[in-house]
Design a protein. Structure first.
Length: 82
């Protein structure tokens, strides 16, 4: 069984850009998987060293991201300035 980490209560585990969706998952046995959808095709990354690298990248992106409330505040400020 695979548990999709994107539904975790801590704000999600999914990276989305206009052309890429990266979803990190963990099996019941603790095995990490990464599913990547992109314009050039989709792929499931299951090799431990590759999945580990993607989990590290995801962690770095999450650490740099604003929380949803701060993001909404910035968007509202920009909209008011239009």
């Amino acid at each position: 069984m695979v548990r999709d980490r994107s539904s975790a209560p801590a704000g999600g585990r999914c990276v989305c850009t206009p052309s890429v969706l990266m979803r990190v998952m963990c099996t019941a046995e603790g095995r990490n998987l990464v599913y990547v959808e992109a314009q050039g095709g989709d792929r499931l990354i299951s090799r431990p060293e590759q999945a580990g690298d993607m989990f590290d990248l995801f962690g770095i992106l999450r650490a740099q991201a604003l929380n949803p409330w701060k993001s909404a505040e910035i968007i509202e400020t920009k909209v008011r300035r239009l």
